[in-house]
Design a protein around this ligand. Structure first.
Ligand SMILES: Cc1cc2nc3c(=O)[nH]c(=O)nc-3n(C[C@H](O)[C@H](O)[C@H](O)COP(=O)(O)O)c2cc1C
Length: 162
């Protein structure tokens, strides 16, 4: 298995937890993306703000991070589902980084409405890459133990594919 990294965005912590479990299982590095401007509210307005950003395909500026893509063969990308698609910081990442000739695995977390997130993600990946597998994790906020087990199980399967 070539060198892997898990790159993720998480607004409220669930995708972060899953990403960390996964990177532990894969014994690989983990990079959290953060948008410079994050909304402060955790109330209902977050759906309006974030949903609009996602639907309008916004790509907000990210806090600087260190990543040398040439060091990795496999990139595992994780995001919460926002309005049936990827979260905007992931869009920025895919836009800013020239990802080519990689094996890519994708996972997302959501509350039961994954929409067209896999298709939308696929559209943003250049052809020279191969997308190995997709995984969605449902209700990680309320089902901590079972979703932890699920991502670890996926990690074990992933190891054989990467
Ligand atoms: C702006 C916004 C939009 C969302 N849109 C959806 C959606 O379309 N479908 C869904 O099932 N869950 C949706 N959710 C719920 C999150 O996808 C879900 O809670 C996810 O696990 C959160 O991950 P996080 O804790 O890493 O941020 C949305 C949440 C936010 C904040």
């Amino acid at each position: 298995m070539g060198k892997s990294i898990v790159v993720y965005y998480s607004f409220e912590g669930s995708t972060k937890r899953l990403a960390e479990k996964l990177s532990k299982e894969l014994k690989c590095e983990c990079l959290e993306l953060k948008a410079i401007k994050e909304i402060k509210t955790r109330g209902f307005f977050k759906y309006v703000w974030g949903g609009r950003q996602a639907v309008m395909k916004k790509a907000p500026d990210l806090n600087p991070y260190e990543l040398k893509l040439e060091n990795y063969e496999n990139i595992i990308i994780g995001t919460p589902v926002w309005a049936g698609t990827i979260a905007p910081p992931i869009r920025t990442f895919l836009k800013d980084e020239n990802i080519k000739n990689k094996k890519i695995a994708f996972f997302c977390s959501h509350e039961g409405g994954k929409g067209k997130v896999f298709e939308k993600f696929r559209e943003l990946i250049k052809e020279s890459n191969s997308i190995i597998t997709f995984k969605d994790i449902v209700k990680p906020l309320s089902d901590v133990d079972s979703t932890n087990n699920e991502i670890i199980k996926w990690g074990k399967e992933l190891k054989k594919m990467l």
